[in-house]
Design a protein around this ligand. Structure first.
Ligand code: PMP
Length: 404
């Protein structure tokens, strides 16, 4: 049963049991209507109350200022690799409306792991010249990268080189596969260099795997924050976008000016905002469960409580692993302590076949979905919001007692 299992999945990930119990009821008979939530119109008063309530609760949880829109989109965070670029390029074009000699701008990517590398690759693909010999649509650059360390560190302030004229700066706050996260402590040498980003250049952050695990530093410095919800917030199928209202641009108008690519209507932030995320049928079930999770988290004490609990879970597990590393049974993958993720903890057990033996033994004790991503191997424990301190303590005891 659920109570015998400690689920450390990287995403889709565990959800709070009381929320799933409530959702199971709503799936069959939503609030006594005799109809399940997936059987009600997305334009019904019942669903409107859910989606607008979810937005209000998310605003409360993260203290999102009024000059930002909160959007619920489909297509996963991967779709946002394209949408962020396309909307920001349209914004850039509108800023240069009167400019008859508009030139393709640089677009700066900070590449600190698999997901930011993918966002950069998508930019390269979308910016290719529309026909041979034509100009590219923009020039994607790498403003900093830790590829040489195989993404086991974070760049230091003097290793970033932003173009003063960039159309945007893009980064990923938590690299789910590599276990790398920007530290909350802004005085750390690994901290994200918000103050080095040239004034007026839009900042875009992928918060998929750290969303609502703790406060977002410098939220107001961002143009766009996007996050697939399937880690900390709900079932896969919906992506949250927090966008400052001046970046909501009519991409058709921008396209008419020339120099920017067509933007499929589903990718346009303005159309989503103008229609309160109900331009077309949204993923109703994913939004419903996310709304229940938000209510549940607010009732449990909001973002301060989440930060406190998540800090504690990470402390317990890293202390255990560091002790095991000193004893020679574990090798930590992320070399810099300040770069270690609170959400995705990655390591290797030392010795021939030790990882497999560790995973097999863990499975027998109910510690599930600990296998590292197929691209990197090893072990990964994801400590999202629904993972309890007790589960982490249990896993730590197992690590303590494990010998290959
Ligand atoms: N960014 C990050 C940080 C992720 O962890 C993921 C998925 N694990 C993605 C983007 C891609 O998200 P999706 O699968 O929802 O497209």
């Amino acid at each position: 049963s659920r109570s015998d299992v400690h689920n450390f999945a990287a995403g889709p990930s565990p959800l709070p049991t009381p929320v799933l119990e409530e959702a199971a009821k709503g799936l069959l008979n939503y609030k006594g209507t005799g109809m399940g939530i997936c059987e009600l119109s997305h334009r019904s008063k019942e669903f409107e109350a859910i989606i607008f309530g979810a937005e209000a609760n998310l605003r409360k949880l993260l203290s999102i200022p009024d000059n930002y829109s909160v959007l619920f989109a489909q297509g996963g965070a991967t779709t946002q690799f394209s949408s962020t670029l396309l909307n920001i390029l349209a914004y850039r074009r509108m800023q240069h409306k009167a400019d008859t000699s508009y030139t393709p701008p640089p677009v700066d990517y900070v590449v600190t792991g698999t997901w930011s590398a993918k966002a950069h690759q998508e930019a390269q693909r979308l910016c290719m010249p529309p026909q041979p010999g034509a100009e590219p649509l923009a020039h994607p650059r790498i403003a900093a990268t830790t590829k040489p360390t195989k993404y086991t560190t974070l760049p230091k302030a003097d290793e970033y080189s932003f173009s003063p004229d960039a159309a945007m700066v893009y980064y990923c706050e938590n690299e789910t596969i590599n276990g790398i996260e920007y530290p909350l402590d802004q005085s750390s040498p690994c901290a994200f260099p918000y103050d080095k980003i040239p004034e007026g250049v839009p900042l875009v952050g992928d918060y998929s795997s750290s969303f609502i695990s703790r406060p977002i530093p410098h939220l107001e410095r961002h143009a766009v924050i996007h996050a697939g919800v399937q880690k900390n917030l709900g079932p896969a199928g919906v992506t949250v976008i927090i966008v400052r209202n001046d970046y909501l641009v009519d991409t058709t108008e921008a396209m008419k000016l020339g120099g920017i690519p067509p933007v499929p209507i589903q990718n346009e932030y303005k159309i989503l905002a103008d229609n309160q995320s109900l331009y077309n049928t949204p993923p109703v079930f994913a939004i419903y469960v996310s709304a229940l999770v938000l209510e549940y988290l607010l009732a449990k004490g909001g973002i301060e409580n989440l930060e406190k609990t998540n800090r504690e879970k990470a402390r317990v597990l890293y202390e255990t692993l560091e002790k095991a590393e000193a004893a020679g049974t574990v090798r930590m993958v992320v070399r810099e302590k300040d770069a270690r993720s609170w959400m995705n903890v990655v390591w290797e057990q030392v010795g021939e076949g030790a990882n497999e033996k560790f995973l097999k033994g863990a499975d027998g004790k109910g510690f599930r979905q600990l296998k590292g991503h197929r691209s990197v191997g090893g072990i990964r424990a994801s400590l999202y919001n629904a993972v309890t301190v007790e589960s982490v303590q249990g896993l730590s005891e197992y690590i303590d007692g494990f010998s290959a």
